[in-house]
Design a protein around this ligand. Structure first.
Ligand SMILES: Nc1nc2c(ncn2[C@@H]2O[C@H](COP(=O)(O)OP(=O)(O)OP(=O)(O)O)[C@@H](O)[C@H]2O)c(=O)[nH]1
Length: 203
């Protein structure tokens, strides 16, 4: 379920994007020509480039550099507490959360930063959390062909805190378990024990 980067040739121009922001400023009830808002359309267009840079990244390609000389290591690799920032596709509101990514290597391992890069490549798009979770897991599964992959995401959705139902403090938790993590309850338990251990380092 790895999604190819979108067709950027169909993107509007920067001037069109800025014009759309001016329309939204007027929709909000303000005057885009007043001094304080003069540069806002350009700033918002720049911010969108940053928020949604994941469309320019092929997540699978991030996992192509692997290391096979890992003799003697045949246990779970877990990268936990990967902070990410995303936006929900329903309200364009921020989703702020942490992802925990684990896999049980078959032969090849990948540089751990690449797991965090895969998280960001999908997070920096318009998302719903269930799809974000599944995309990360499926991409790792397809590229590394490990014995199993587990992705757990905990996050806060600002569309639920700053608008709408207004419920701060609520977190959404999703998981995708593939291979041994899905089939073997002992392996899943081992992962949960690793996740529940206190962090070894302060951030
Ligand atoms: N399952 C899921 N729902 C999400 C996610 N992000 C936002 N939502 C929800 O998407 C739903 C969209 O519901 P709608 O009824 O179409 O929109 P709305 O009228 O703005 O809904 P309210 O947020 O209840 O005001 C809301 O219930 C959001 O809380 C997500 O990642 N996963």
């Amino acid at each position: 379920m790895s999604v190819p980067p979108s067709d950027t040739s169909k993107r509007p121009t920067q001037a069109e994007a800025e014009q759309a922001v001016r329309t939204l400023l007027r929709w909000a009830g303000d005057n885009p020509d007043r001094e304080g808002l003069h540069d806002t359309p350009a700033r918002v267009a720049r911010a969108y480039t940053e928020f949604f840079c994941g469309y320019e990244i092929d997540p699978a390609a991030l996992l192509r550099r692997t290391f096979s000389e890992v003799e003697g290591y045949d246990e779970i690799v877990l990268l936990r507490d990967i902070r990410f920032e995303s936006h929900c596709e329903h309200h364009l509101a921020p989703i702020i959360g942490r992802a925990h990514v684990a896999y049980l290597p078959r032969q090849r391992v990948v540089g751990i930063s690449k797991l965090a890069r895969v998280v960001d490549a999908y997070a920096k798009r318009l998302q719903i959390q269930e799809r974000l979770t599944a995309q990360i897991a499926n991409t790792i599964n397809d590229e590394l062909e490990p014995h199993g992959v587990a992705v757990i995401i905990e996050s806060s959705h600002e569309c639920m805190t700053t608008r709408g139902v207004h419920k701060p403090g609520v977190s959404m938790v999703t998981s995708t378990m593939l291979g041994v993590f899905r089939e073997n309850s002992d392996t899943r338990r081992e992962l949960m024990a690793m996740l529940n251990r206190p962090a070894a380092c302060e951030f």
